[in-house]
Design a protein around this ligand. Sequence first.
Ligand SMILES: Cc1cc2nc3c(=O)[nH]c(=O)nc-3n(C[C@H](O)[C@H](O)[C@H](O)COP(=O)(O)OP(=O)(O)OC[C@H]3O[C@@H](n4cnc5c(N)ncnc54)[C@H](O)[C@@H]3O)c2cc1C
Length: 422
Amino acid sequence: MKEINSSEFEKEVLQAGKVVLDFYSTECPPCEALSSKFDILSTLYGKDVKFLKMYRQGNRELADKLGVKSSPTLLFFDNGKEVAGRLAGGVKRKDIIQNLDSMLPAETVSKISSQIKPTISEYDVIILGAGPGGLTAGLYLCQSKINTVLIDIALPGGHVSTTHEVSNYPGFIEPQAGYLLSHNMSEQTKLCGTVYKVAVDVTKVDLEKKEVIIDEYETIRAKKIIIATGTTPNLTGAPGEKELKGKGISYCATCDAKYFDGKEAVVIGGGNSAIEESEYITRFVNKLTIVHQFDKFTGNKQAQDKVFNNPKINILFENEPRAFIRDGEKIITEIENVKTKERQKLVTDGVFIFIGMKPNIELFKGNLKLDQWGYIKADEDMRTSIPGIFAVGDVTSKKYRQITTAVADGTIAAMAIAKEMD
Ligand SMILES: Cc1cc2nc3c(=O)[nH]c(=O)nc-3n(C[C@H](O)[C@H](O)[C@H](O)COP(=O)(O)OP(=O)(O)OC[C@H]3O[C@@H](n4cnc5c(N)ncnc54)[C@H](O)[C@@H]3O)c2cc1C
């Protein structure tokens, strides 16, 4: 694959036929995650599409002119014109293939597809999920010289990477930016030598056979599997929520609160996340209304006091959302008092929903024992009901879900595995 600079852009890209150009940066984990996929695809598609890369920082003027704002960003060109959609961040193999295929005639696409050979690789341990639980297990296994692969459907970090500040992770006097804490955890595990396969599609998981298929063609086998897939936020289920998700309704204050500077927003929820994130959101908004279904909060006392004393926050207890409606630039949150059934409309600029989580276990149907809420039951060594399968972190049945509890689980599972493999 050829590396070019901005002076060669005209000749190598605009005056060429079909081109895919990767704007990359150094010290950029998603760029590293893309690089191996890009290499493999360049050998498959290289005869029909030219694969190029350009160092973004060194060619900033051109990157800015093209509107490339993050690394990596993949741009596709056909005879000097940009085609297909741009891909950025945790780019998946199947999305690159989709774009490449859209540039080529059907016969070429089917010829290339027939050349894709399935691969099989073997490790001692597969870890599914690169949040704090999976990353810690990866670190301990690696330090015990156990051959481990860490697989994630997204980039490493889990929930921590989207948490604005972490002030309760021991060892840091000052609160740590969540993305930085998770980046450091990930780099420590990667530097040790754990193999990373991130931003991939997990196509199939067979816990009995201890086999995982990623990106449809890559089979990975191991002697043990650690499930560390965490949780996903619950939806309220009110009409309009799905349609407005990412278009005014958010589940991540760190990601989106900054867009509400000087504006007004609603928070739905009353647990730890809801009240802690509300406090954060008031750094930006002028007014915040918290809507909670019960008559009191369930979050920690200290955070509750902050919320009660925050002049920007108005609290509506015993109310539930019934609908979310877009009205021009505004979002109308229709709420209902659970006792009086009276309805009212809150007209604000956006809505944040923090009403709990559900465990990510869809791919592991089978003999795994779950609790009544669908969390995986594990014993004190983090063993599940299936021999050789361990589960750690938020996906397990437990009372408290924190970074510290997830890293503790990861430690225990890895040490139990290391002992077994002695
Ligand atoms: C908004 C918010 C703020 C928080 N603040 C704090 C805090 O200040 N302090 C604190 O201690 N805790 C905090 N927590 C809780 C903490 O983030 C979690 O307890 C912790 O991240 C759990 O780690 P985990 O590894 O179990 O799961 P996660 O962090 O959820 O990571 C799971 C990983 O698995 C991946 N995955 C999912 N499905 C699959 C699949 N099928 N195959 C492969 N990979 C998969 C995901 O992409 C993800 O990377 C917060 C949580 C939230 C949501």
